[in-house]
Design a binder for this molecule. Structure first.
Ligand code: 8YV
Length: 323
């Protein structure tokens, strides 16, 4: 039987590309630039599997073509709000993702942002490199204490729980959780966490709020101007989930007016475009979507995609099938 034709839409860690090529008829995107709508639409007619990333916007218009060959979109990443899952389902195309393997590193990065924002690490490094550090003084770049503070976690899946572990056991933080469904008591007990029914009840109680819910239309602008108003003055917002979860214009305003203490972002509404108002905000730490960016995790994500593909083409249900 002919080997399935697969398209890897961006460059992946070499070890994974090599392994995939042993099993599949692989096409690489050697230019490593996002494919765009027409190229993705063409790919649906030419490949048995497409392996997209967050930079491939696979909306309903991409599926609007005759003779679709693709049977699976095996996403590289846990979040898949860039894929119109209903449209894929409508064409009987399976969708898989890569949970678990990136939870540790994404949680590590959420803590990085929390510490950087609260301790003004970005500002400090910028000043130092600009030659603007005049020396130690008791009032220089005074930040906010992280240890012992209260952390609110919105979305208590694998990554949210990994953040709670680090924050509670590493920094002695009190953990409050808001989640769509009830969290099992033993899961809450691991970090002494309490579940709060509504986001509006959680926000006023937290010194730090970290987002770990899915993106997509359902959670678009979950944190908006009204909810920034509910946060404690001086509190920090951390987003390593998806850009659309935060109303960036409202965030810029809340930062500008000093309604919150600061924020840390790894994801943005229109990546890689960053609004000017955010670029100008000093009390904001911004990283370029680095949540899972370690060699170990990026390789593990690739091998997880490979497992999903092998199962799928062997007629088994892939472990990470989301549609
Ligand atoms: C990925 C992520 O690197 O897995 C996710 O959902 O946000 C990132 O860690 C990216 O999405 C790759 O497609």
């Amino acid at each position: 039987m002919a080997r399935p034709r697969i398209l890897i839409t961006r460059r992946w860690p070499e070890a994974v590309e090599v392994k995939l090529a042993e099993t599949f008829d692989v096409t690489l995107n050697t230019a490593d630039t996002p494919l765009g709508r027409d190229a993705l639409r063409d790919a649906l007619g030419a490949f048995d599997a497409i392996l997209p990333t967050v930079t491939d916007r696979i909306g309903p218009e991409v599926f609007d073509r005759p003779a679709i060959r693709t049977r699976i979109l095996a996403n590289y990443g846990v979040g898949f709000s860039h894929i119109d899952v209903a449209a894929a389902k409508g064409q009987s195309i399976a969708v898989t993702n890569t949970p678990d393997v990136l939870s540790d590193c994404t949680a590590d990065l959420a803590l990085t942002l929390m510490l950087m924002a609260a301790r003004r690490a970005g500002e400090g490094e910028r000043d130092l490199r600009a030659g603007a550090w005049s020396g130690w003084r008791p009032t220089h770049l005074i930040g906010t204490k992280v240890s012992g503070a209260t952390l609110g976690i919105i979305g208590f899946g694998r990554i949210g729980q990994a953040v709670a572990d680090r924050a509670h056991h590493g920094f002695g933080m009190t953990i409050l959780v808001q989640n769509r469904s009830a969290v099992a008591p033993e899961v809450l007990a691991r970090t002494g966490a309490a579940q709060v029914e509504a986001i509006d009840d959680l926000l006023p109680r937290c010194d730090f709020v970290s987002l770990h819910c899915p993106g997509g239309a359902a959670n678009r602008h979950l944190i908006d101007a009204r909810r920034f108003g509910l946060m404690k003055p001086g509190a920090f917002l951390i987003n390593t989930a998806r850009g659309e979860v935060v109303d960036e214009a409202a965030l810029a305003e809340a930062l500008e007016e000093g309604r919150i203490g600061g924020a840390g972002l790894d994801v943005y509404e229109n990546e890689p475009r960053i609004p000017e108002a955010l670029m100008a905000a000093p009390n904001l730490v911004m990283l370029p979507h680095l949540g899972s960016a370690t060699r170990e995790t990026r390789e593990a994500m690739g091998f997880r995609v490979m497992d999903n593909l092998v199962d799928f083409f062997a007629g088994r249900t892939p472990r990470d099938r989301v549609a």
